[in-house]
Design a protein around this ligand. Structure first.
Ligand code: FMN
Length: 158
């Protein structure tokens, strides 16, 4: 059974709602899942999971400082996350407000760790994005993100 960590920062709750839907999807795919608010998540958790799906509000078109700071501290485990599966999601304030670039900024950090990222040919290509609180379509995208990451991790790690 693959182990999936859903890591998020959320100030007003929108990204947290997305994190819960991502976790649901991963659980439905048979993974063991933990959901962790970055402000109370121990850095060592990164080592314990086959896959890490990280979410942030869109702040100035990139990842919020709290999640960036967590990733900065993850340099302690540089090379140790190599080959794990990654995924990302973001809530922004408006259409075209930079949620996709925020997702890409999270994926960039994961790629520097040597993690594996799968794109998506239909729907949200880079990761799940929302305008403010997730509506039902976004919830579906989040569930699919969790499911796809969990399935890939199960293929790689059984
Ligand atoms: C400091 C700050 C910067 C923000 N920058 C952007 C931005 O560049 N683009 C955007 O669409 N929304 C921006 N927003 C709005 C948030 O991304 C949006 O309200 C989001 O849904 C908040 O997610 P949360 O409820 O998980 O905290 C910003 C909000 C704050 C507080």
């Amino acid at each position: 059974m693959a182990k999936v960590l859903v890591l998020y920062y959320s100030c007003t709750g929108n990204t947290r709602q997305m994190a819960e839907a991502v976790a649901e999807g991963a659980k439905q795919a048979g993974a063991e899942v933990a959901v962790c608010d970055v402000e109370s998540c121990a850095l060592e958790q990164l080592l314990e999971y086959d896959a890490i799906i990280a979410g942030s509000p869109t702040y100035y078109g990139i990842v919020a400082g709290a999640l960036k700071e967590f990733f900065d501290r993850s340099v302690k485990y540089h090379t140790k996350l190599e080959g794990k599966v990654g995924g990302a999601f973001s809530s922004g304030g408006g259409m075209g407000g930079g949620s996709e670039t925020t997702v890409l900024s999270i994926l960039q950090m994961m790629l520097v760790h040597g993690m594996i990222v799968q794109g998506k040919s239909k729907g949200n290509h880079y990761g799940a994005v929302s305008v403010k609180a997730p509506d039902e379509n976004v919830i579906q995208e989040c569930r699919q993100l969790g499911e796809r990451v969990a399935k890939l991790a199960a293929k790689l790690f059984g």
